[in-house]
Ligand binder design. Structure first.
Ligand code: HEM
Length: 253
């Protein structure tokens, strides 16, 4: 650490100088079911949460990484409409995330760093572990090549995609299981997986991965093992078979 470092000072302030009731990053994920997307009302029991949107956004942004040639990665390329228009990036959670987090970027802090910071904070503040954080990511100047896994693809294809991103099979399972401890599948982008739920507690018809969808825990795995996940019981389970990846390898988290 070389003093002074305006970047580290700003990141440290965003991460640690949290005053209840202020407008810092934390205020958008505390309580953990906060959802503030203006275009969908953002209030009431929508079934969605900023925390889930932020975590999914960070993964979709980094999933373009190709470990072989060093391209892609967590570089905020998801902010380009061309990247978001791809089938692998269906849904409005990315715009929701950028609307909030990109606003914390400055001349010293990149948008990519705010995406990483938002994810670290969402996981930690909502029951998960403290994740070591480093700053200094550089924002992409153009969209990256595609690379996000999709639910219809085969297990072999997912293993290959995660390997391209630099992950082992164990890491893939850990990431999918831990990522999906938050949120769920929405009707709007996935009408053939999730029907209209007509649920007053999930007005955007989100079929949650487990019943504690704004809290980091292993209930998603428990739900899969006992087949009580909303997803596996109520929708076409063969199209969301990544749950079965976790099942076959024992949900190690
Ligand atoms: C084989 C890999 C994966 C597949 C096929 C997959 C697929 C999906 C699908 C179809 C959804 C529903 C999205 C929506 O309705 O808007 C979803 C949601 C989500 N995914 Fe994944 N995912 C994968 C890996 C991951 C990883 C590695 C993470 C994070 C580490 C992650 C985090 C999330 C989160 C947080 C949500 C909930 C979003 C929300 O409720 O707003 N996913 N995923």
């Amino acid at each position: 650490y070389l003093w002074p470092s305006p970047m580290l000072d700003e990141l440290e302030s965003l991460l640690y100088e949290i005053t209840p009731g202020t407008t810092g990053i934390a205020s958008f994920i505390q309580p953990c079911d906060t959802f503030s997307f203006a275009s969908t009302g953002g209030s009431g029991p929508t079934g969605r949460s900023n925390a889930a949107d932020w975590i999914r956004t960070a993964y979709h942004d980094m999933a373009t990484h190709n470990i072989a040639d060093g391209t892609g990665g967590l570089d905020a390329s998801i902010r380009f409409a061309e990247e978001r228009a791809r089938a692998e990036n269906v849904g409005d959670g990315f715009v929701n995330t950028l609307n909030v987090l990109a606003g914390f970027a400055t001349r010293y802090v990149s948008i990519a760093d705010t995406l990483a910071l938002g994810t670290v904070m969402a996981v930690e503040f909502c029951g998960g572990p403290q994740i070591p954080f480093r700053g200094g990511r550089v924002d992409a100047t153009e969209p990256n090549l595609p690379g996000v896994p999709e639910p219809e693809q085969t297990l072999d294809s997912h293993i290959a995609t995660f390997a391209k991103q630099g992950f082992t099979q164990d890491e893939m399972i850990g990431l999918v299981a831990c990522g999906h401890t938050f949120g769920g599948v929405q009707h709007a982008p996935f009408p053939d997986i999730v029907p209209e739920l007509n649920d007053p507690n999930s007005t955007e018809s989100v079929a949650h991965f487990d019943s504690t969808n704004t809290h980091f825990d292993n209930n998603m795995c428990v739900a899969v093992l006992y087949e009580s996940s909303h997803i596996t019981t109520s929708v076409q389970r063969n199209r969301v078979y990544f749950w079965h990846h976790s099942k076959s390898t024992g949900c190690r988290f």
